[in-house]
Design a protein around this ligand. Structure first.
Ligand code: DC
Length: 335
């Protein structure tokens, strides 16, 4: 059983307007939560004191919601409350995470719909950040910014141009001449390097290791962090990386740190690699992970570290949907 919340406002206090708004709200709840009317056990309504001409519960019955228990109540008159607002609490038989619905003027009640906000997710390689962030972004209707892809693109540029990534001045020069862009196509992040879509090319083991190496240069970080902050300022997004909560967005309200044992993280990466035809053995993947952990945690600038105010989630024995649900519920608690 899940409790789904929602609210809407009516344009005027008339029976017609109330009937239409209640119908629209309930159909949206059904639709977004993939419910049948028969899954609904009860619907409770509360409306602001300026709604006097019709019972929302009666409007619900007329809209076809007659098999469940219905209840309407009136809210006290409170200064500054929304005008002509109807709120609902729907109890429904479903296992899915609830999708709360806010329509019309009531959208303002949900900061996550109206205001720009960011979610920071840090953690070591293989902790599940990218899979989880993609799903959380989808559920919340916000952007997913994979910041590792940016460091990977710089590493790829070193490989492509056969540059010595160990030479600081060479990398500095390369960085000044790099054309790196992040775009979104059908909700998916595309990394463009000198105009070329390199989203897949940056995923090789060689680039992973090099990305960790070049990301330790302070001038590389300064440029990437400023790009990341620019995006985060304009758009609600979830960012994953190593230093989002500690350095990129230290004042972010929602911070998470995902972790898992090196063996489990290596197993995930090994399976992924095998499916993509990568020839690395499990032990090679594990060694790469340990080496990358060491580099990322021990560099001088913005090393991988849990922010003091981040919620830590050990994903070792959790499914992806359990981690997603945990993050969404923590965000909704605070919003
Ligand atoms: O998340 P990833 O595996 O794609 O990241 C690749 C490397 O980039 C990682 O080993 C360290 C670096 N990185 C970083 O230093 N800071 C970030 N915010 C993201 C990634």
């Amino acid at each position: 059983m899940k409790a789904i919340r929602g609210a809407t406002t009516v344009s005027e206090d008339s029976p017609l307007s109330i009937r239409e708004s209640v119908r629209e709200l309930l159909l949206s709840v059904i639709d977004a939560n993939r419910l049948q009317i028969s899954d609904i056990v009860c619907i409770m309504f509360s409306s602001t004191a300026d709604i006097k001409s019709y019972y929302p519960a009666k409007a619900a019955r007329e809209a076809g919601f007659s098999s469940c228990a219905l209840y309407s109540s009136l809210e006290p008159e409170i200064d500054g409350a929304l005008e002509r607002c109807i709120r609902i609490m729907v109890l429904a038989d479903t296992d899915s995470a609830p999708e709360h619905i806010y329509l019309n003027g009531a959208k303002g009640l949900r900061k996550d719909i109206t205001a720009v906000y960011n979610v920071a997710v840090d953690g070591p390689a293989g902790s599940g950040k990218s899979t989880v962030c993609r799903l959380v972004a989808e559920k919340l209707g916000i952007l997913y910014l994979d910041t590792g892809a940016m460091y990977r693109a710089i590493a790829l540029k070193c490989v492509k141009d056969k540059k010595d990534y160990g030479d600081k001045d060479v990398v500095k020069h390369l960085l000044n001449n790099i054309d790196l862009k992040v775009e979104y196509r059908n909700g998916r992040q595309i990394t463009l390097l000198d105009g070329e879509d390199v989203s897949d090319l940056i995923r090789t083991p060689q680039v992973s290791m090099l990305a960790s190496y070049v990301s330790a240069y302070s001038f590389v970080r300064a440029k990437m962090v400023s790009l990341q902050r620019e995006i985060a300022k304009k758009t609600s997004c979830i960012l994953d990386g190593r230093d989002i909560g500690t350095n990129v967005l230290p004042n972010c309200k929602f911070k998470f740190y995902l972790n898992a044992s090196p063996q489990i993280r290596a197993k995930r990466r090994y399976e992924e690699g095998k499916a993509q035809g990568n020839a690395q053995t499990f032990n090679q993947v594990l060694n790469d992970i340990l080496e990358r952990d060491f580099q990322d945690k021990n560099r001088a600038v913005a090393p991988l570290k849990k922010a003091d105010d981040a919620v830590e989630i050990d994903t070792s024995n959790l499914t992806v949907s359990e981690v997603v649900a945990e993050i969404i519920s923590k965000i909704q608690e605070k919003i």
